[in-house]
Design a protein around this ligand. Structure first.
Ligand code: KG4
Ligand code: ZN
Length: 329
């Protein structure tokens, strides 16, 4: 079964053709990142305009790269949310039009769950239930996954998402946007014990809060007054990262223990982080758990994960009507 996936929830206009939920025939992404850079974050109007202007070209290109004619598409899948309302609606409207004109099923996919699925493509062995972790620019969420259409949120951020915290810390340190890859790189050269930044789980549960540590980084940098030396910048990056990621790992282990599970599936932009992967690799051998991460090219927003998860939903009989709209949160 060939599914055309469409993803427009934030700043990536993406389309992909996936066969049977596993085989990625094409994965085309046009990012508007360069237009947001000077604002230090995503500007919704700019992102939406980019989707509207580029979506036809991106879909065409995904068909050509896959060597597939549009008439061969068996279903159309689209990200319904969460995301920016205008951005989501541009993808949803396009998906509806294609599904209607081809007279094929439409599937509405949750972006957060799709991030988890990106770690499972090509991994037939994964068994339910498992704990999912999504760490991205918009989310820091722990989910209990019982089936491809049954996910329950167990922990969430009460303020900033982890990726957002990375972006803000990079900004405080005078580095570019997006900050995640920059802080990741800086931290490798730094001493994570140089500065004490605390980040704790909220109320001992599975929720997160990252606004406190972000502010602590800001105050620390301000207290240093004059320009920071390169070594200090790396030390701050490493100290922030270690403390923020530690709480994520801790909460995931807590969730696994609470539900008596051994499998953790991670997705989202921050799942590309080298230290996070290292921390989980350590826990994997220390505790006999199994962790799944997406390949680097599927960590960030893409449409292959949308088409992939849609296939699993389709097999369970899930369909969307042509009256669907964006689900922002
Ligand atoms: O999943 P994603 O592409 O978009 C959202 O759904 O939000 O995630 C983007 C986020 C950005 O905040 C970016 O700074 C972060 O992922 N990111 C990283 C790394 N690569 C991207 N954060 C930490 N370490 C990285 N290597
Ligand atoms: Zn995302």
């Amino acid at each position: 079964m060939l599914i055309l996936g469409i993803e427009t929830s934030c700043d990536e206009t993406a389309a992909s053709i996936v066969r049977d939920g596993e085989e990625i025939l094409s994965n085309v992404i046009s990012s508007s990142l360069r237009y947001h850079k000077r604002f230090g974050g995503v500007v919704p109007e700019i992102a939406t305009r980019h989707h509207v202007e580029n979506i036809d070209r991106v879909i065409n290109s995904s068909l050509i790269k896959a060597g597939v004619d549009i008439a061969d598409i068996d279903a159309v899948a689209v990200t319904q949310g969460p995301g920016l309302v205008g951005a989501l609606l541009s993808g949803i409207s396009c998906a509806k039009a294609i599904a209607y004109s081809l007279d094929v099923p439409l599937l509405a996919v949750d972006h957060v769950r799709a991030h988890i699925y990106s770690a499972l493509m090509g991994q037939n062995k994964v068994e339910f239930p498992f704990i999912g972790l999504v760490v991205s620019g918009g989310h820091t969420r722990i989910l209990l996954a019982e089936e491809f259409d049954r996910f329950t949120t167990m922990g969430d951020t009460l303020d900033d998402a982890i990726g957002e915290a990375y972006d803000k810390v990079a900004k405080i340190l005078g580095r570019g946007y997006p900050g995640g890859p920059v802080v990741d790189r800086l931290a490798r050269k730094g001493n994570s014990r140089a500065v004490k930044f605390t980040c704790r789980p909220v109320d001992n549960g599975l929720d997160f809060s990252f606004s406190g540590i972000k502010t602590a980084v800001l105050y620390h940098v301000r207290s240093r007054g004059s320009r920071l030396r390169a070594k200090e910048v790396s030390d701050i990056a490493a100290s922030f990262q270690e403390s923020a990621l530690r709480v994520i790992v801790k909460n995931c282990l807590k969730a696994l223990e609470r539900y008596g599970l051994k499998t953790l599936v991670v997705g989202g932009g921050v799942s590309a982080n080298s230290r996070l992967r290292e921390m989980f690799a350590f826990e994997e051998s220390a505790r006999g758990i199994k962790t799944y991460f997406p390949p680097r090219e599927l960590c960030s927003d893409n449409a292959a994960m949308v088409a992939g998860l849609a296939y699993r939903m389709h097999k369970k009989g899930v369909r969307a009507g042509l009256d669907i709209t964006a689900v922002v949160r």
